[in-house]
Design a protein around this ligand. Structure first.
Ligand SMILES: [Zn+2]
Length: 86
């Protein structure tokens, strides 16, 4: 039997230079999940999928669209514009 039942993500994304891990507000495994970005504190809208990272202790952090793009180079595609007003 393994000591850790949850297989962590082996390949961690590397943040861009300037990222400050001290600013990440990790949420404990027994804390209720927050809807706020763990880095800038912005509320993450329900319709957006945040980047969620777990550390080896099972703490998680989530990043809003803005922080994903800024620090992780992850661009979320904007929804198709609706042009039926023409
Ligand atoms: Zn953010």
């Amino acid at each position: 039997m393994s000591d850790d039942p949850i297989e962590p993500h082996r390949h961690m994304l590397a943040p861009r230079p300037g990222f400050n891990w001290q600013m990440v507000n990790w949420g404990g495994p027994n804390e209720p999940a927050s809807d706020d970005c763990s880095y800038c504190g912005d509320e993450i809208p329900e319709d957006c999928v945040p980047l969620i990272l777990w550390n080896k202790d099972g703490w998680c952090a989530r990043f809003c669209d803005h922080c994903m793009a800024t620090w992780w180079g992850i661009k979320t595609l904007p929804p198709e514009p609706d042009d039926d007003g023409l």
